[in-house]
Design a protein around this ligand. Structure first.
Ligand SMILES: [Zn+2]
Length: 93
């Protein structure tokens, strides 16, 4: 059964895929299979997003298969990507 971790990323429970093109991103954490582009906040959002801290970035995760933007997050320079996981409630008996 395919489930969506995000509107842009699906999983069959083992492998995560791009919802747009089906490109296999690999097992969780899926962001390791994406292209990561880090943009300084002032560049990504303009002056309104300039925090004055040069080490804060908007991290973009992009599908290597179709170049769609899969997800974004903010991080400090050198931070590892957040590990998105799908937590499902236990099945009722
Ligand atoms: Zn794709």
């Amino acid at each position: 059964m395919t489930r969506f971790i995000l509107p842009t990323v699906a999983t069959d429970g083992t492998i995560c895929t791009c919802a747009a093109c089906g490109h296999a991103l690999g097992p969780a954490p899926w962001k390791r299979g994406a292209i990561r582009r880090d943009l300084p906040l002032a560049v990504a959002g303009g002056a309104a997003y300039d925090t004055g801290h040069a080490g804060v970035f908007l991290c973009q995760f992009i599908c290597p298969g179709c170049a769609v933007l899969l997800d974004t997050e903010t991080a400090m320079a050198g931070d590892a990507a957040l590990d998105d996981r799908l937590h499902l409630p236990a099945a009722a008996n």
